[in-house]
Design a protein around this ligand. Sequence first.
Ligand code: ATP
Length: 346
Amino acid sequence: MTPLLTVESITKRFGDTPVVKDVSFTVYPGEIFALLGPSGCGKTTTLRIIAGFEQADAGTISMAERSLASDSVYVPPESRGIGFVFQDYALFPHKNVLDNVAFGLRKVPKKTRRERALEVLDMVGMTDLHARLPHHLSGGEQQRVALARSIIARPKLLLLDEPFSSLDPGLRQTTRDEVRALLKSEGISAVLVTHAQEEALSFAERLAVMKDGTVEQIGTPEVVYRQPKTAYVADFLGQTNFVNAYVKNGIAETPFGHVAVEGAVTGEMLLSIRPECLTMMSPDAGNGRIKDGRVVGQAFKGHDFTYRVEVDGECYLVQTDYRCPFQLGDVVRLKAVSAVAISDSS
Ligand code: ATP
């Protein structure tokens, strides 16, 4: 499939500081993509370069095979056919909902603008509130207005910069689900910028994990979570246990016995074992060569528990469901279901 958006070797400096370094990725038609990384890693700058609000020092951007930015080309933001939703919604305080939305469709007769504004307000479930001023709306409602305004001109690509971060957790989840459903039903591609791993994993179909201005790994949520290439990606995508172990033909020797490692790999390696891939059992079960551990911490998280278990001076995180019978101080034995070898331990 031909990509809709191609970002190739984008580099940007502010003064002497490089903030985006040789970043490349593609977004396919109708695909929802995310840039995930900690604060300051260059996500917003990358998004602003795609939108045309910033110019890269090097690299190219093209959309639907049309060059938008390169050494010799610069297409201004309003001519790129790209929508943008900002973190703070950026609504005009003195314009009502309808006028805010219609503003996204300038240079079109007033009647058409109004009709189309009402149509997109209907899509986001805000028709009834079309005469309200922004400060009489909740955060979630303002976000929907901002979304309606960004899609009124039927962009092929929508850029979303932390659009859910100022909503409370419950509203964040529902707004996110609604926005996702709307993008999919309208076939709009999107690039979401977020520092929240759970948000990127549930919203995006593919994501790029960024660190210090560079892309560490690109893949589907399942791949970056289950097969992280670097220790940084493994750690940023969720809690994990790092274990140094000798692996022979895909079987690792670990403090909790033999564990299968993906691929027939051999050698001294760093393994990532997610807490949900470790289980606890009574010490009398299994192999006598395996060292016992002791439960030293227990965090109740509603639907599950995370235990901390000390084995031979090292602490490991173990996720269990709510029926786990073990208590603080219990002697237990750990068993790993699976592990992933990290190819780059940096
Ligand atoms: P956040 O999630 O906090 O917004 P981010 O990953 O989106 O972070 P950017 O906003 O792209 O990161 O910023 C990357 C770096 O570039 C930061 O150190 C920031 O301070 C710096 N920066 C961004 N814009 C400018 C600017 N106009 N002038 C100078 N430095 C800038």
